[in-house]
Design a protein around this ligand. Structure first.
Ligand SMILES: *Cc1c(COP(=O)(O)O)cnc(C)c1O
Length: 360
């Protein structure tokens, strides 16, 4: 039996995608091989790879000025890979800290150069604020400005993306990529690990503007040098073939669903249902300012935290799984990515209301 899975990542995948992968497991399209047994340079995998790239370009409307790379190393890997690729000329960058992930990005960049904190969204209540550009104190001539557009742990999403002129904006979009249309032309670099909203763990999507390929530090490992990876169509070394295949199935599923505008409408509906339930009760609390509430990751607390274990046990008994908040913030967190159906959120809201009626 399939459960309602609210995991923050690796996270729920569309059931249709899992069924198709199961059907094709032993024999992909008459090749007599599983995708994971194929040469990455053979015609079968080349087709899977190029279709995935094309479908992603179409879904995200990635302009011709930007390359799409399939890398490895995840979001945390990119925390090093970004400065290694952009600090060649001036080893300094600015960071807007909206939560735990951007904080990690800033700390990692310090290994390779200067990492100035331009703004922080930390308040007495934790990370609850996404500082608008008017609050950013940029340094003089940074190589880039880094922003995490959706903070998975803190539930802070940034919707207004400012124009920084000549300064490239680098965004960690790991946990909301593909949840809504984004104007890719505004970004120098946009990256995301696959295991939240793209597919399975193992592949990292990096979208990078052509003119930023020439700024790598000489110590940058070849396998992570965007210029080298781009020149080799993401096949400089063996790519994570099965993870790319699963992403490709998800891209086709997204196209059948109506693309990113349709995903955005669904994300608005699902997140509104949950936030409205939280706001309507004093039993549940979410502290993030409304304009920055994440549509993908909804953290919430019980007013009476001694009931946390009870709440989770009751949820589990109903097939509502992986609702425990990240250990650094506690409480609960419902991750409601593209593959989490509206019915899952309805079931959660219903359970929350019954739990409250029983214990308030
Ligand atoms: C999950 C996540 C990461 C880390 O990804 P890994 O694949 O574990 O390296 C980084 N940034 C954000 C915003 C995330 O949600």
């Amino acid at each position: 039996m399939r459960v309602f899975n609210f995991s923050a990542g690796p996270a729920a995948l569309p059931e249709e995608v899992l069924r198709q992968a199961a059907d094709e497991m032993l024999d992909w399209h008459g090749s007599g091989m599983s995708v994971m047994e194929m040469s990455h340079r053979g015609p079968e995998f080349m087709q899977i790879h190029s279709e995935a790239l094309l479908d992603l370009r179409e879904l995200m409307e990635v302009p011709a000025s930007h390359h799409i790379l399939f890398l490895q190393g995840g979001g945390i890997g990119e925390n090093a890979i970004v400065p290694l690729n952009l600090f060649g000329v001036k080893p300094r960058a600015d960071f807007v800290i909206t939560g735990s992930w951007s904080q990690k990005s800033q700390k990692e960049a310090l290994k390779y150069g200067a990492a100035h904190i331009a703004a922080t969204g930390r308040t007495a209540e934790g990370f609850t604020h996404s500082p608008p550009k008017s609050e950013w104190q940029l340094s003089d001539d940074p190589a880039y400005v880094h922003l995490c557009t959706n903070e998975t742990i803190d539930g802070v999403e940034t919707f207004e993306i400012p124009d920084l002129g000549d300064i490239p904006l680098v965004a960690d979009a790991s946990s909301h990529i593909l949840s809504r249309p984004m104007d890719i032309a505004k970004y120098g670099v946009l990256y995301g690990g696959a295991q939240k909203n793209i597919g399975m763990a193992g592949v990292t999507v990096v979208i990078v503007r052509e003119d930023l390929l020439d700024r790598a530090m000489s110590i940058c490992p070849s396998a992570f040098e965007w210029k080298t990876v781009a020149a080799n169509n993401s096949m400089f070394n063996t790519p994570p073939t099965y993870a790319i295949y699963i992403s490709g199935l998800v891209f086709k599923w997204l196209k059948r669903q109506g693309g990113l505008a349709a995903m955005e409408a669904r994300a608005i509906e699902k997140s509104k249902l949950l936030y409205d339930a939280i706001d309507a009760s004093s039993f549940y609390i979410n502290k993030v300012e409304r304009r920055a509430r994440s549509r993908m990751n909804v953290p919430f607390f019980l007013a009476d935290e001694t009931r946390n274990e009870d709440f989770l046990a009751g949820a589990k008994a109903r097939g509502l799984l992986q609702l425990k908040g990240h250990k650094s913030v506690g409480g609960m967190r419902a991750s409601i990515y593209n593959a989490v159906p509206l019915d899952a959120v309805k079931a959660l809201v219903e359970y929350m209301s019954e739990f409250e009626a029983k214990h308030a």
